[in-house]
Design a protein around this ligand. Structure first.
Ligand code: NOJ
Length: 566
């Protein structure tokens, strides 16, 4: 089996806010094509493009109403073909978001299904009768919560049934127990592979199978009165039969890479069921565990003092995934995606140490074991939003949570929570320059630009040798250089001093080469002793690092990459 993807560096593009080529305030496929040279020069080579299929955009495209058409806001099918072709000409590969768990409620299947109980389409979705409570009111079939802070069910008047929807009510879940539905979805996958894409990031794949006993959860109810019991529809046995079928009928016939999104519910052991190199359906899976290591969760209202950087938990999470997987499966590593806050705002200090902390995070992640995935804007150190008005937040999850808890918390508390945790943090327009609208568009953008774009943008960093952007370029160049590639791709990974509360340090070893990556995750000077005396400093988050091992005096967010010479 070809494993080109082990050497690849991924880059996730959120189409809506990446680059607007046609001046309507919304990013588009032509905009991505125009930026391919930028991406090539950055050093990435595997582009994950978020969903651009026809959609009412309730969840920014994850609610698909036609898998075979490009939404007009993003362009046309020909634009998609041009993008694939232009990317391939530059040696860049493209993977698409394959949304298998649900469609939009505006998909023709669902329109028919909700109208006609006798239709084939009705069997494509999950339906249950409601219950009547002690007060004589109609209530959903179970007390399960959706992921978006409301019930997992929605009532359908025409058939007097509830349909299941574990995300928004405009995203009815597909019934994977139905073979005809599975065949429909395999046709979708084949269509895009035949168009030349190089694989998929498979959305929400852990949830394709549901607990068909449909019993109430005994878990405590949340602020909205529902039980956030993900075990009712996560990682259930039938799912792996569906995935085997998908692999057998479609995936194994192409030279592609597949990355399943398995979220926070799956342990490394469970991940092997998806990505074991011999038996798994996918090449690797995304976990959320490290994203949640500091207690940030968008769905539960939190206060700033509850959230602190826990470096020990963070590094142990990465190590647990490496330990659990590397002998039997490959793995991706990443800091954030479109569902998580900006990493420099979580683990760095954008106010006092923007540059060194963003570069420190870059060293730490991109030299680890696994295929790294960058999220657009990370390479210039984009930060969480500075929004002051509630309507600036657009995410359906923010809206649902706000409706559920607005009477329990002052607005200021909720705004603070959203600024730290919401998915909108990662979805602001890409900051290309200091021009109006951050150079993203000539029109007012579909989501509000971050006010710091005049200081933080691609144009300002492009020619500055000391910029975050040029640091990312240098790290990727090192990772791919003939001399260091073997150690960074295949070399063993081991934490050093795993209980150190401030320093994230690890070693990579491969056939005679030993590299230490040592990162100070705090805003204070920190001493750290490494088990080596003679080293060459390959990269640092400061322009003037002169490490004198064994004892290193690390400045705030200082991170050094050391080639051990003895
Ligand atoms: C995971 C995606 O990353 C997220 O953005 C989306 O809301 C859900 N799946 C539902 O498709």
């Amino acid at each position: 089996m070809k494993t080109w993807w082990k050497e690849a560096v991924g880059y996730q593009i959120y189409p809506r806010t990446f680059y607007d080529a046609n001046g309507d305030g919304i990013g588009d496929l032509k905009g991505i094509t125009l930026k391919l040279d930028y991406l090539k020069a950055l050093g990435v080579d595997l582009l994950w493009i978020g969903p651009f299929f026809k959609s009412p955009m309730d969840d920014n495209g994850y609610d698909v109403s036609d898998y075979y058409a490009v939404d007009p806001i993003f362009g046309t099918l020909d634009d998609a073909r041009e993008l694939i072709q232009e990317a391939h000409q530059r040696g860049l590969r493209i993977i698409l978001d394959l949304v298998l768990n649900h469609t939009s409620d505006e998909h023709p299947w669902f329109i028919e299904a909700r109208r006609n109980q006798e239709s084939e389409e009705h069997s494509y979705y999950i339906w249950k009768k409601g219950r009547i409570n002690a007060q004589g009111q109609r209530i959903p079939p179970t007390n399960w919560s959706s992921f978006f802070s409301d019930s997992a069910w929605c009532y359908n008047e025409a058939t007097d049934e509830y349909y299941m929807k574990i995300f928004s009510e405009k995203m009815p879940d597909l019934n994977w127990a139905e073979p005809k539905l599975r065949e429909r979805m395999m046709e979708v996958a084949r269509f895009w592979l035949d168009e030349g894409v190089d694989g998929f990031r498979v959305d929400a794949v852990a949830h394709l199978a549901k607990d068909l006993r449909f019993e109430d959860s005994t878990m405590p109810l949340d602020a909205q009165g529902n039980a956030p019991d993900w075990s009712k529809f996560s990682n259930l046995p039938a799912l792996f039969d569906y995935l085997d079928e998908l692999k057998d009928q479609v995936l194994r016939h192409y030279d592609i890479v597949t990355v399943g999104e398995v979220g926070g519910g799956a342990s490394p052991d469970m991940a092997l069921n998806y990505a074991d190199a011999q038996t798994g359906a996918f090449n690797m899976v995304f976990t959320f565990d490290h994203c949640w290591a500091n207690g940030i969760s968008a769905g539960t209202v939190s206060f700033p003092e509850q959230v602190k950087t826990d470096v020990i938990a963070l590094k142990k999470t990465f190590a647990a995934w490496y330990d659990g997987l590397h002998e039997r499966a490959w793995l991706p590593v990443y800091w954030l995606n479109h569902d998580h806050p900006r990493v420099v705002s979580q683990y760095g200090d954008p106010v006092h140490y923007h540059k060194p902390s963003a570069k420190m995070l870059c060293n730490t992640l991109y030299l680890m074991y696994g295929t790294p995935f960058m999220y657009n804007g990370e390479e210039i150190g984009m930060t969480n939003v500075d929004y002051t008005e509630l309507p600036d937040f657009q995410d359906v999850w923010v809206k649902n949570l706000y409706e559920g808890v607005k009477d329990q918390y002052p607005l200021a508390v909720l705004m603070d929570h959203f600024r730290r945790t919401s998915r909108d943090n990662a979805r602001t327009p890409m900051q290309w320059s200091a021009a109006p609208n951050a150079g993203f568009s000539t029109q007012t953008p579909v989501s509000k630009v971050n006010g710091n774009y005049r200081a933080i943008n691609v144009e300002a960093q492009d020619q500055d040798p000391d910029s975050i952007l040029n640091h990312y370029r240098a790290v990727l160049k090192l990772r791919k250089s003939a001399e260091y590639k073997p150690v960074f791709i295949e070399g063993e990974f081991a934490l050093l001093d795993e209980d150190h509360p401030d320093v994230f340090a690890y070693r990579r070893v491969n056939s005679g080469k030993t590299i230490f990556v040592v990162s100070n995750f705090t805003g204070k000077d920190t001493e750290y002793t490494i088990p080596a005396r003679h080293v060459r400093c390959l990269l640092s988050s400061y322009p003037d690092s002169h490490p004198q091992p064994p004892k290193l005096i690390l400045r705030p967010f200082e991170s050094v990459v050391l080639d051990v010479l003895e």
